[in-house]
Design a protein around this ligand. Structure first.
Ligand code: ASP
Ligand code: MG
Length: 416
């Protein structure tokens, strides 16, 4: 009895033909004796459409907390449709299958609507027992139920997290994320045709890569997989059901034999840089500033503070997403009494480029190689930030592709 979780994203269930292909894949896996829980996203484009409808009905009010429970009712419906369609398609093949909605499996969530956090599902719901009898559970991703019994959703891309949460609850069983690419690549193949599929990548690296702009998996799903030791794999749903389809395994670092210093180059264009000149240089200034931004829901990424000319003055630079930067600008302008500065500058024509690799923990010279490669292309570095396993730089957005290509080559990642 091998329980396995499969997840199919929006492009994999984009229309009836694709759903039928997914049913072939699921049928093939079931024929090998696997006990399957299958999570599905909404058909591609459907969630955007539903978000648009909800906004159209609610207007600006949707921004507040008041309506977001009904927003969830609307946007969760996309996954209900695909779970039913795939269950039908499996039954047509003579297989025992049924759909499960978030409330039916009691997929409990907390922290409100729109971007709820999963607590896990209720074993008493009978899901585990059902799949052990050989019935295929087709689960609507992205949705859950609050303590009050209301429908909730997990934030965009949340079906990945549903899949990992189900795999964790079923006993940390393997979780295959089927998507429209055949694995995790060293970088975006649209920018670097020599990008390579990685056979294995550690949870830690994947977490950095997911949050730094590699859009394969929702960051939260990788976090959850790491915490519950769920073996995760990304693979293509576009190859034949029986094709050799190794994908990329996301696993513990010690399961990776050949460690590269750098495993991936990522980029994000959805960045903005806010500079505050002439802040007061005294205890509490940063605390006040970032408390204000946090209260407004602005997610701050890089932070650099430096002394400014003039006594007791400092300049502060921070980055956030472009859309958050508008919020930041608004709240800082409105609260100049609480947080004072001489001048604010907001630049949105910036991009963040990063190199990621667990090998960095034990290797020196990574920063040197990175900065050299950028200098050789005449790319100016604006802000730098590092962690144990990544180095990020903020550069002029126009140079994003050039930088990614130069770094991919400099760290020997190009396929031969
Ligand atoms: N359908 C949802 C979205 O588009 C959830 C998902 O696909 O993972 O964000
Ligand atoms: Mg996705």
């Amino acid at each position: 009895m091998a329980r396995t979780v499969l997840k199919f994203g929006g492009t994999s269930v984009a229309d009836l033909e694709r759903i039928s292909h997914v049913a072939d894949i699921v049928a093939h896996r079931a024929s090998k004796g696997e006990k399957l829980a299958v999570i599905v996203s909404a058909m591609s484009g459907e969630t955007n459409k539903l978000v648009g409808l909800a906004k159209g009905a609610a207007g600006d009010a949707l921004v507040g907390d008041e309506f977001d429970d009904e927003y969830d009712v609307v946007v969760a419906s996309g996954e209900q449709v695909t779970s039913g369609l795939l269950a039908l398609s499996l039954r047509k093949r003579g297989l025992d299958a049924r759909s499960w909605l978030g409330w039916q499996m009691r997929m409990k969530t907390r922290e409100g609507h729109g971007a709820a956090r999963i607590d896990g599902f209720d074993e008493d719901s009978g899901l585990g027992a059902a799949i052990d009898t050989g019935q295929i559970a087709v689960i609507a991703g992205f949705q859950g139920v609050t303590e009050e019994g209301r429908v909730s959703t997990l934030g965009r891309g949340g079906s990945d997290t549903t899949a990992v949460a189900v795999a964790a609850a079923l006993g940390s069983v393997p979780c295959d994320i089927y998507t429209d690419v055949d694995g995790v690549y060293t970088t975006d193949p649209r920018i670097v045709p020599q990008a390579r599929r990685l056979e294995r990548v550690s949870y830690e690296e994947m977490l950095e890569m997911a949050s730094l702009g590699a859009k394969v998996l929702q960051t939260r799903s990788v976090e959850l997989a790491m915490n519950h030791q769920v073996p995760l794999r990304v693979l293509s749903s576009f190859s034949g059901p029986e094709a050799d389809n190794p994908g990329t395994w996301i696993c513990n670092e010690d399961e990776i034999v050949e460690k590269q210093v750098v495993n991936g180059v990522t980029y994000s264009r959805d960045e903005a840089k806010v500079t505050l000149y002439g802040m007061e240089d005294k205890p509490g200034t940063s605390a006040n500033l970032f408390a204000l931004l946090a209260r407004e829901g602005v997610n701050v990424d890089m932070i650099v503070q430096a002394n400014a000319r003039g006594e007791d003055r400092a300049n502060m630079v921070f980055t956030c997403t472009s859309s958050d930067s508008e919020k930041a600008q608004r709240v800082l302008e409105a609260n100049s009494d609480a947080v004072s500065f001489d001048k604010m500058d907001v630049a949105r024509d910036v991009a963040k480029v990063s190199v990621v690799g667990v090998g960095m923990k034990s290797h020196t010279g990574v920063a040197e190689t990175m900065f050299d490669a950028l200098a050789s292309k005449n790319i100016n570095i604006d802000v730098i930030s590092t962690s144990e396993i990544k180095i990020s730089v903020l550069i002029d957005a126009d140079y994003t592709e050039l930088a990614v290509r130069a770094l991919h080559t400099a760290f020997d990642l190009d396929a031969t």
